[in-house]
Design a protein around this ligand. Structure first.
Ligand SMILES: CC(C)(COP(=O)(O)OP(=O)(O)OC[C@H]1O[C@@H](n2cnc3c(N)ncnc32)[C@H](O)[C@@H]1OP(=O)(O)O)[C@@H](O)C(=O)NCCC(=O)NCCS
Length: 133
């Protein structure tokens, strides 16, 4: 069972710009991956006592294209907490520019982060009920 449910509010919301496109004129997958990574890292902070670094992006599926002018929301939530790692599910929803307001789930991903300190030493995750930070 997932630790958290998909939140009502996205971690990040972005308008897609012409500079984000690939040679086909749709949004470059790397832009979406970068924003998934940022959204996941925000969600990971609930459990991570220090900075997080991305150890693995997996199960990234691009279901539908994203277009210039779409407003893209990144919903991110914790599905698993390990010793030093935390796993985040990210769902990417595009609100179309045309037809205006139509919402489409365009991408799903799972990202794993590890908490590390200033010396890049791994740090155990916080546990529920442990309010030491
Ligand atoms: C992340 C990093 C600190 C992990 O160090 P490591 O010594 O290889 O880690 P370990 O093998 O001890 O694993 C640490 C945790 O990550 C998890 N992990 C490691 N590789 C994983 C993978 N491929 N998939 C899922 N989880 C993974 C382990 O299961 C472990 O979790 P746990 O502590 O909750 O049980 C190290 O790999 C690193 O610095 N990577 C680069 C990170 C980075 O720069 N990211 C940005 C990309 S440009």
């Amino acid at each position: 069972m997932a630790l958290e449910q998909r939140p009502q509010e996205p971690a990040i919301r972005m308008a897609m710009m012409p500079s984000d496109t690939n040679v086909h004129g749709t949004i470059f997958g790397g832009v979406i991956l970068s924003q998934i990574d940022q959204a996941g890292a925000i969600a990971a902070r609930t459990y991570a006592p220090e900075r997080v670094v991305t150890v693995c992006m997996r199960e990234v599926e691009f279901h539908k294209p994203v277009y210039v002018g779409d407003i893209v929301s990144y919903y991110a939530w914790v599905t698993e907490v390990g010793n030093t790692s935390v796993t985040i599910r990210v769902e990417v929803v595009a609100e179309r520019f045309r037809p205006t307001g139509v919402k489409v789930t365009v991408t799903d991903a799972e990202v794993v982060y590890v908490s590390v300190d200033d010396h890049w030493e791994k740090v155990p995750m916080r546990r529920p009920g442990n309010n030491d930070a």
